[in-house]
Design a protein around this ligand. Structure first.
Ligand SMILES: *[C@@H]1O[C@H](CO)[C@@H](O)[C@H](O)[C@H]1NC(C)=O
Ligand SMILES: *[C@@H]1O[C@H](CO)[C@@H](O)[C@H](O)[C@H]1NC(C)=O
Ligand SMILES: *[C@@H]1O[C@H](CO)[C@@H](O)[C@H](O)[C@H]1NC(C)=O
Length: 286
């Protein structure tokens, strides 16, 4: 592996020689001579920004082979340009025009460029937030005893509008009730609250936690003082989402107590009548 390539490495030619220690004077030489083509400066990295769930085209161009090559392999790698990170590998044999795809992670990639025209662009579908990364395109063109290798690099950024995933009242016997709003968004969403009197809650009465690796923000009001509807408002530069919740929630302990009392009253009345009836019955019998 050669790291930190610059444009000065462009068109450099490599042969790999291996000396065998146990057999002096014996040297193995690579079958292919490799010519390195460096496509662009690091400062010139191509960036694509797309919405979660959409498709994106990752562009990759190289000087088209001038002689008729035997085959062209297009490799795409994620995060680092090592073999282990290959997400796509397709070889086009130009003798019979057949294609063989040996790697296609999650079946989400498709070669859309024509490699014989110097285009190895791919299309990637169903983008998720964890697809944000650097991508490397390697093109290997085999031509007689030579193999031309081109590397290009680009950055894909997947964004998502602020979306409320969950809004709920959490009851805790020790720290008290709280209203919790869990939001997804990239860049991370801001959360603000509107109280039942329609005024924005000041920042010091709420807490905000960022779960950056999950692209989530969690906002919380601890021990809300008013009863009624609270709104969670989530915003980032790609969208806004609002949801309302009633506090206290219908199923918390306090309302359970009221419901229990309302059920107990008719039961008490019934027992009172029953006892009175029994007493009257005994008296009449006497
Ligand atoms: C890509 O696939 C070809 C076969 O088509 C294989 O020879 C080559 O080793 C593969 N490369 C990587 C990095 O997986
Ligand atoms: C990326 O996230 C999706 C769900 O959104 C998951 O199915 C997939 O396994 C994740 N991939 C990686 C590499 O973490
Ligand atoms: C989120 O809040 C920060 C700081 O409070 C602010 O700089 C930023 O502009 C806000 N973003 C949006 C989309 O409102």
């Amino acid at each position: 592996m050669i790291q930190h390539l610059t444009l000065r490495d462009n068109e450099r030619q490599f042969i790999c020689l291996v000396d065998l220690q146990d057999y002096t004077n014996e040297t193995s030489q690579s079958l292919f001579q490799t010519i390195l083509v460096v496509a662009a400066d690091r400062n010139n990295i191509w960036r694509v920004t797309v919405n979660k769930g959409d498709s994106a085209t990752l562009p990759c161009t190289f000087s088209p082979p001038d002689q008729y090559p035997s085959n062209i392999t297009v490799l795409w790698m994620k995060e680092n340009p090592w073999k282990e990170s290959v997400v796509f590998n397709q070889t086009r044999s130009l003798r019979d025009g057949s294609d063989s795809v040996t790697v296609n992670k999650g079946d989400r990639y498709q070669l859309i460029g024509d490699p014989t025209q110097g285009d190895a662009s791919i299309r990637m579908r169903d983008l998720g937030l964890n697809d944000t990364s650097k991508y490397f395109c390697h093109v290997h063109v085999k031509n007689g005893g030579r193999e031309y290798v081109t590397q290009d690099e680009m950055r894909l950024q997947v964004v998502a509008p602020a979306t409320i995933l969950e809004l709920s009242v959490v009851t805790d016997n020790i720290i008290g009730d709280s209203i919790v709003c869990k939001v997804e968004g990239e860049p991370p969403a801001n959360i603000t609250w509107i109280d039942p009197e329609n005024s924005a809650l000041p920042g010091n009465s709420t807490t905000v936690t960022q779960l950056l690796e999950k692209h989530q923000t969690v906002g919380e009001i601890l021990n809300p003082t008013l009863r009624g509807n609270y709104s969670c408002v989530a915003v980032n530069e790609h969208g806004r989402d609002v949801r309302q919740i009633h506090f206290p929630a219908a199923d918390n302990d306090y309302s359970n107590f009221i419901i229990a009392m309302l059920c107990l009253i008719p039961l008490a009345k019934f027992l009172l009548l029953l006892i009175t009836g029994i007493i009257l019955f005994i008296k009449i019998k006497d």
